[in-house]
Design a protein around this ligand. Structure first.
Ligand code: HEC
Ligand code: HEC
Ligand code: HEC
Ligand code: HEC
Length: 144
């Protein structure tokens, strides 16, 4: 008797698992391209009122071809980059240099521009913004 009861429970479990997988697939196809991280509008509160149009950063396009740790860093005691989990840059870089010597805006500018400059000089692909207005793209709908 016990064996039969168990296998009944097992079947019910399997059914539930399939139900969940099915549901997840429906949810996944309902929102195809735009997962949360596809394009991030970078808007650090720490910078206060922005004077430039906000930067729309195509995160997915970057993470598809670049290691996370090239951009997300966290240094251990010996100065080794052990990679970050995608914390906001402002968690460690403050508006003005504090305990961390690299202020927030410089941290972004250094990281984005350095890699683009290197890529442009070394690869065929030139599709990387370097000028102010190419990253801070003014849009009709922007209030400013
Ligand atoms: C490769 C992309 C890129 C380029 C090129 C670039 N920026 Fe930025 N800039 C950023 C990012 C990303 C931030 C961080 C925005 C945030 O955290 O909200 C930023 C922040 C800023 C800020 C502080 C936020 C604000 O709007 O007040 C200013 C000012 C700024 N940039 C001016 C400039 C100027 C001037 C140039 C050209 C000399 C320039 N940027 C070029 C990506 C870029
Ligand atoms: C080319 C640089 C770059 C690469 C590569 C990259 N990221 Fe990011 N990521 C960023 C920047 C910049 C932000 C915005 C940080 C901020 O707003 O302070 C971000 C934000 C995030 C966030 C927060 C998402 C959100 O909506 O706020 C997570 C999580 C994250 N990244 C994880 C990853 C993981 C995992 C990888 C590797 C698979 C990766 N990132 C690769 C630059 C990068
Ligand atoms: C967990 C804390 C932490 C986070 C989160 C963090 N940083 Fe840093 N970052 C540091 C530390 C520590 C240094 C080294 C500062 C020094 O030179 O002493 C540094 C240095 C830098 C430098 C200068 C060194 C170099 O690589 O040229 C840049 C640029 C930089 N960070 C950009 C970023 C950007 C962009 C983000 C968000 C995607 C970010 N950081 C997130 C802690 C962090
Ligand atoms: C480690 C290298 C690296 C870093 C760091 C990096 N990028 Fe890029 N970026 C690339 C490469 C490579 C491409 C070309 C992608 C392609 O065409 O497939 C690119 C392309 C872009 C494009 C154009 C995408 C398009 O479809 O037209 C934008 C916008 C951009 N980057 C913004 C940023 C911003 C903002 C930052 C800083 C938060 C940043 N990138 C940091 C390597 C980098």
């Amino acid at each position: 008797m016990k064996a039969i009861a168990d296998s009944g429970r097992e079947r019910k479990m399997k059914y539930m698992v399939f139900m969940w997988i099915g549901l997840l697939m429906i949810v996944a196809t309902a929102f195809p391209a735009y997962s949360q991280d596809d394009v991030i509008v970078i808007n650090s509160k720490a910078l206060g009122n922005h004077t430039r149009p906000l930067v729309r950063f195509p995160h997915l396009k970057h993470e598809d071809q670049i290691d996370c740790s090239e951009c997300h860093h966290e240094y251990d005691k010996s100065g080794e980059n052990i990679g970050g989990d995608g914390e906001d840059c402002s968690d460690c870089h403050t508006k003005n240099a504090g305990s961390n010597p690299i202020p927030l805006m410089e941290a972004f500018h250094l990281e984005c521009k350095r890699c683009h400059a290197k890529e442009i000089s070394s690869s065929q692909n030139k599709n990387m913004p370097q000028m102010c207005g190419q990253c801070h793209v003014r849009r009709k709908r922007d209030k400013r």
